[in-house]
Ligand binder design. Structure first.
Ligand code: KG4
Ligand code: ZN
Length: 333
């Protein structure tokens, strides 16, 4: 099945052409084209994403990106359906993609399918899979809006076993970056300035010893705020590296504990924060040590993109699951 997928839930205007093959037990994907038009520079002066600016930029970028996807080689008539993210995300941003997709589907008489952005993240490791995922698996989805731990019996049956009670881990990266005077988005900046720095400051590891699989990152951010107030001359690199270590320690400890308790055979890591190399390395090593397989999305499919939306739509199609084609800002897994 050939799918034209559209993603506009936040600050990336993304369109991809994806082929999905095989059954739910062994889906395989080929990304024919994937283009992401980033709005980072537009939102940067505001220190975060401004919903109405995002909408304006999506409106401007969608036709341009579509033109780059559909050229002499790829015709929209050769696609089996169009997929669009219906949530979660910023409502004005979601509507832009949905309205664009609706019009495109109508004009070209193609079926239109809604996709869940979080399922896109969850399935993003499948886009570059070399072997079948061994089940059951523990999935860790870490993004700017979510931090979720899942137990996957298979690719269609999962149970949420934990999530953040306050800030998402990506949000914590962004907020700590702002405290350090770094630019938006803060995650990649914190990773960059922490490189080769040995973390020495002992920031709290919230909820690390609790029995549940929930997370909390807002207290960690606050302790960094107070640390910086008490140590105005502290090395930014040292604070960044120590924050990063604390966040990774919690994510890895809880994921591995869930893997032990649920007798998982593999670990899946996805979402924007999965682009973080120290997190990928630490979780990969911990998985190996526990004899588990480790699957992570390619760097280019970790942060927001439309290829993952194509994957989510293909699996929705196989599952016979239909999402309402309307903006669902708070949709979850
Ligand atoms: O998945 P994503 O692109 O958008 C959402 O669905 O939220 O995730 C964006 C989040 C931002 O908070 C960003 O700072 C974080 O992912 N992020 C990173 C890195 N790259 C992106 N965090 C840590 N290290 C990175 N390399
Ligand atoms: Zn995302």
């Amino acid at each position: 099945m050939r799918i034209l997928a559209i993603e506009t839930s936040c600050d990336e205007t993304a369109i991809a052409l994806v082929e999905g093959h095989g059954p739910l037990s062994n889906p395989r994907f080929k990304v024919l084209k994937s283009i992401i038009s980033s709005q980072i520079l537009v939102h940067r002066p505001f220190g975060g994403v401004v919903p109405n600016l995002a909408k304006r930029e999506h409106l401007k970028n969608l036709p341009v990106v579509l033109d780059q996807i559909l050229n002499t080689k790829y015709d929209i008539q050769d696609t089996d359906f169009i997929a669009v993210t219906v949530g979660p995300g910023l409502e004005p941003a979601l509507w832009t993609g949905i309205n664009f997709a609706k019009e495109l589907a109508k004009k070209n008489k193609r079926p239109l399918l809604g996709a869940n952005h979080l399922e896109g993240h969850l399935y993003s490791p499948l886009l570059s899979l070399k072997e079948k995922i061994s089940l059951p698996a523990i999935g860790l989805v870490v993004s700017g809006g979510h931090t979720i731990l899942l137990l996957l019996k298979n690719l269609e049956n999962w149970k949420k076993i934990g999530e953040t009670r306050d800030d998402a881990v990506g949000e914590a990266y962004d907020k700590v970056a702002r405290l350090l005077g770094l630019s938006y988005p803060g995650g990649p900046e914190i990773e960059r300035i922490s490189r080769d720095v040995k973390p020495k400051i002992e920031f709290p590891r919230p909820m690390i010893h609790q029995k549940n699989y929930d997370f909390s990152f807002s207290g960690l951010k606050t302790s960094i705020f107070y640390y910086l107030r008490e140590h105005p001359r502290a090395s930014k690199k040292q604070v960044a590296a120590s924050f990063q270590q604390a966040a990774i320690d919690v994510l890895v400890a809880k994921t591995m504990k869930a893997a032990r308790n649920y007798k998982a055979k593999s670990i899946l890591l996805a979402g924007g924060v999965a682009a973080n190399k120290p997190l990928r390395q630490t979780l990969r090593q911990a998985s190996r040590k526990q004899g588990l397989r480790f699957f992570v999305s390619d760097f280019k499919y970790s942060t927001d993109n439309a290829a993952m939306i194509g994957a989510a739509a293909y699996l929705s199609h196989l599952r016979g699951k239909k999402l309402r084609i309307t903006a669902q800002a708070n949709l979850n897994l």
